[in-house]
Write a protein that binds this ligand. Structure first.
Ligand code: CUA
Length: 324
């Protein structure tokens, strides 16, 4: 128990998005799950203290006399009480609270924001069906509004998990699961795949950005009128490279002829915080390295290396970073 408390203290000290901590709840569902966990912990700690106390008493009592002292507790009463009644009561309390918590987590709320997420190899496609746009690896939600995320997979089983916002929900091919929650505080929360799914399982992360309603509306509005047209000679050259090379066969950029759907939609790529499902931060240096040889950064992914002259790579990076 001491180890558990000590570990909890160490984890609690890590408040940034790199170390998501499920007791640092920032969402309605996470609050309920954390509350249930603390109840279980308190009951387990109580049982531990009582049993430990009995062991101490048994070890120490009657030490002065050679044959010890006889117990005043009759064996039957002790077994009925400590072995049956008390454990039954504790398990009943936990069963009732667990069922209550679970049923509350599944309860649909009125007027939720609907998002569809698909687990890929090894990244997350994120669609906003009512708003009609697609992005990847970054889910934006407004603080306070109920959110309903439909979760699917077109390959193996993954698990969609944002420790600070809620419990794990598996992505199972052929089965549509739904995760409902409401972010209670603005912030950028780290999510990860919580089901072993292949060689890049550990690099299948994503970010949930919970922001005030006005900021979220601005983010949506930007996606309704994507600026895919180049605004300089450099980005114009970059777009030509993008459409000429294999990029356009696998990626989509709204407003262009690039309509591939093997890889992430890049329409808002420049506004994203990370590359490769939160594998490296999104900056020009990392992007150039990623395009030239993605396998050296994330071995096993579907994206092949692209050999480009330095000037063309520079232009392509500038074009992709300009997409917002
Ligand atoms: Cu996807 Cu592990």
């Amino acid at each position: 128990m001491v180890a558990v408390v000590a570990a909890g203290g160490v984890l609690a000290a890590c408040g940034n998005r790199r170390s998501p901590y499920m007791f640092d709840a920032r969402g309605s569902e996470a609050h309920r799950v954390a509350g249930l966990w603390w109840l279980m912990f308190a009951l387990a700690a109580g049982v531990y203290a009582v049993v430990g106390g009995f062991i101490l008493v048994a070890a120490l009592r009657g030490r002065g006399t050679p044959e010890g002292r006889a117990s005043r507790i009759t064996e039957n009463a002790f077994i009925w009480l400590g072995g049956l009644l008390v454990p039954t009561a504790i398990l009943m309390v936990l069963a009732v609270v667990t069922v209550q918590t679970t049923s509350h987590l599944r309860r649909p709320e009125r007027d939720p924001l609907r998002i569809e997420v698909v687990g890929k190899r090894w990244w997350w496609q994120v669609r906003y069906p009512a708003q009609r746009f697609t992005t990847a690896n970054e889910v934006h939600v407004p603080v306070g509004r109920p959110v309903e995320i439909g979760i699917d997979s077109d390959n193996v089983i993954h698990s969609f998990w944002v420790p600070q916002l809620g419990g794990k929900v598996d992505t199972i091919p052929g089965q549509h699961n739904v995760w409902r929650f409401r972010a209670t505080r603005a912030g950028t929360y780290l999510g990860e795949c919580a089901e072993y799914c292949g060689v890049q399982h550990a690099n299948m992360r994503f970010l949930v950005v919970a922001e005030p309603a006005a900021a979220f509306d601005r983010w949506v509005a930007r996606h309704l009128t994507p600026h895919s047209a180049p605004t300089s000679d450099l980005t114009e050259k970059g777009q030509l490279v993008f459409l000429r090379e294999t990029c356009a066969g696998c990626h989509t950029v709204a407003g262009t002829t690039a309509q591939g759907d093997e890889g992430p939609d890049l329409t808002d790529f420049g506004s994203r915080l990370a590359i490769g499902a939160d594998t490296v931060p999104n900056d020009p240096g990392n992007l150039a390295g990623w395009i030239a040889d993605p396998q050296s950064i994330k071995p096993g992914i579907l994206m092949p290396p692209t050999a480009l002259a330095p000037g063309e790579l520079h232009a392509l990076v500038a074009y992709l970073e300009s997409l917002r």
